[in-house]
Design a binder for this molecule. Sequence first.
Ligand code: PDD
Length: 286
Amino acid sequence: MRTVYVNGEYLPENEAKVSIFDRGFLMADGVYEVTSVLDGKLIDFAGHAKRLERSLSELDMPHPEVLPDLLEVHRELVRLNGIEEGMIYLQITRGAPDDRDFVFPDPETTTPTVVLFTQNKPGLANSPAAQKGIKVISIEDQRWARRDIKTVQLLFPSMGKMMAKAAGVDDAWMVEDGAVTEGTSNNAYIIKGNTIITRHLGNEILHGITRAAVLRFAKEAQMQVEERSFTIAEAQKADEAFITSASTFVMPVVEVDGVAVGTGTPGPVAARLREIYLDESRKAAV
Ligand code: PDD
């Protein structure tokens, strides 16, 4: 059984409790982060912590007291659960007032709820999917307009994964005004020649921590990077495609809406980026 963290306490998962009035439960009034663990260490922790603070600020959510100590909490959970490879999920909500109300509760009397738990995934970095690549379909992006904030409102992404599953593929890329925004839980890229193309930052997509690292490594390896919108038709004519996220690192995409990308097998550039990302991230892990 896992040991989880709830509001200052480390507890067995079946003893951890959150109120039915919690605004995360009633209003999806919460933000989250997923940080991966390799060799028992945290990947890109500083980036996730910084984005978390930004998400809280953008929603005028009080910063929980534990915020400066989150690295220690993450490490303690890794230690208590013996995680070598996997993820840490963290969620902060606006807390649990004593009734349901659209108006934000008084932060003097209602403090944020903080929950963390581990997900043990042996073999995460050696995933067979990375050898095979994944297939995606395109769907219309029907999420709210502040996708730069990492909120727990994941119903549409969850429906998108189900649409992908029903179509017999692995994931979905979301499209708005004819251009790809991102994957249901990852950022989307195409490669044409020596150029990596991925949507520019804005409120329309999550500012991926893995995205920032991968683009930095790509530039260091003398690859060209273009941050701009692209269409599904352009993706289908690309040499390669891939996604990035804390849980998939760099994952090749070999088919978009039934059309093979490039040779229809994982390409050399995505494979190289995955290798560089894993090597460099392991070196910098805390
Ligand atoms: N998802 N875009 C969306 C919509 C995401 O949900 C995620 C992450 C990303 C990639 O961000 P990062 O590189 O910081 O993980 C992009 C996490 C992994 C999840 O929901 O499980």
